[in-house]
Design a binder for this molecule. Structure first.
Ligand code: GLA
Length: 392
């Protein structure tokens, strides 16, 4: 039942082959950037909160080379088309839509005064799209890393992540926080990327206990409402903060929300309760994990899911079903904690479990989920992996 993660070296060689077959070019630069999963701290990266994601061992790889022209010619494994992008002027949004992630990142480099030479590129991915695992951040970070190779320059990691976040804001119109691009850019093997989103400082926290396994369960549903839903949630949190008259969510207590419940009004009061609760849960979870206190960590993950479902309303039936199955397996069955991960409205859940029972747990999750929904999920284990880097 457990899917095998495609090997990065296989992806790299397939991307080179794709470049040769599709565009007739030989790869001289190959960049890779991973997706991410978040253990806890959801929908609070844009509220000065703490988040605890890690870079997964699923990557977007870009293989390419300069082509001596003033155009980028880019193709992917998902279709035959070759997108052509004129590089002589500052880039704007354009067609096909998926090129906007690249356009946004190229524009970020142009705005820093870089001249981008014409290039050919082929893109291959093992990050499932629409699964809440940040394939878009992976594409942005892979593009930025590819451009670093092309220009023979290096951005500071934080600057690179912020450039990619701006591309997501301006060219994909998702007002995301910093979690995804930071996880993809800063990820390291055996490390969680604990981010204080107020200071913007990531801390690499050891996560190397072989007895622990992180299972990612892709529900295979992606509800289209997500697009406006994300921006609306973000607005609710901004409204909440303004009503509370505070400069940062870090200055707000649970008592502040309770005292101002009616003034905040529906649904901003519940959204606010989520933010304050999730910030404190994430701080507690980080310290529980550091002392291997799984009896504390599990319930914190459960409370996070419930709050996202009831107060923040970004879960959906399928995510709840997957989490409920994990809960039923329970601590005796080897499950430490389970919750939805990422932006929600479909996508994936994360289940922290005992390694020796991981295959059995994955099998139960798959069977029971399919029984309940008629949908075959994708379930795979993931370990913290290397963030965006040049392979060649
Ligand atoms: C998406 C966004 C992130 C974050 C999560 C929710 O993945 O890109 O910035 O807000 O949703 O935690």
């Amino acid at each position: 039942m457990l899917q095998i993660n495609p090997n990065l070296s296989d992806l790299v060689s397939d991307a080179s082959t794709g470049l040769l077959n599709r565009l007739g070019s030989t790869a001289s630069i190959i960049a890779a950037a991973p997706g991410r999963v978040n253990l806890i701290g959801e929908h609070i990266d844009y509220c000065d909160g703490f988040v605890m994601p890690f870079a997964i061992d699923r990557y977007i790889v870009i293989a390419g080379c300069t082509n001596g022209t003033t155009q980028a010619r880019v193709s992917t494994a998902l279709g035959e088309e070759i997108a052509v992008i004129d590089l002589t002027a500052p880039l704007q949004e354009g067609e096909p839509k998926w090129t906007n992630y690249l356009r946004g990142v190229i524009r970020g480099f142009q705005d820093r005064g870089h001249h981008i030479p014409g290039f050919d590129a082929f893109i291959l991915s093992s990050v499932p799209g629409g699964a809440g695992l940040s394939s878009s951040a992976a594409l942005e970070c892979a593009t930025a890393t590819f451009l670093e190779g092309l220009l023979d320059t290096r951005l500071e990691t934080r600057e690179k992540a912020l450039l990619c976040q701006k591309a997501e804001h301006d060219f994909a119109h998702v007002p995301c926080g910093i979690m995804d691009q930071f996880a993809s850019a800063f990820g390291k093997p055996n490390r969680l990327v604990l981010i204080d989103c107020q200071s913007g400082e990531p801390e690499l926290v050891p996560f190397e206990n072989p007895d622990l396994t992180v299972l990612i369960s892709n529900t295979m549903v992606h509800h289209e409402l997500s697009d406006g839903g994300y921006a609306l949630r973000r607005k609710h949190t901004e409204d909440g903060l303004a009503i509370l008259g505070k400069a940062s969510w870090r200055d707000v207590t649970a008592a502040d929300v309770q005292t101002n419940w009616d003034k905040l009004g529906e649904p901003v009061n519940r959204r606010s309760r989520h933010v304050v609760g999730e910030i404190s849960r994430t701080i507690s979870a980080a310290s529980a994990l550091a002392r291997n206190d799984f009896e504390t960590l599990g319930p914190l993950m459960a409370a996070s899911h419930d709050s996202l479902r009831d107060d923040f309303e970004v879960s959906c039936k399928e995510l709840d079903i997957m989490v409920d199955i994990a809960r039923k397996i329970g601590r005796n069955g080897g499950v430490i904690g389970a919750r939805m991960t990422g932006g929600g409205f479909g996508g994936s859940t994360v289940t922290l479990c005992e390694s020796r029972k991981a295959s059995e747990i994955a099998a139960t999750l798959a069977t029971e989920y399919e029984k309940a929904t008629g949908i075959t999920p994708q379930i795979f284990a993931s370990r913290p992996s290397q963030g965006a880097h040049l392979v060649q």
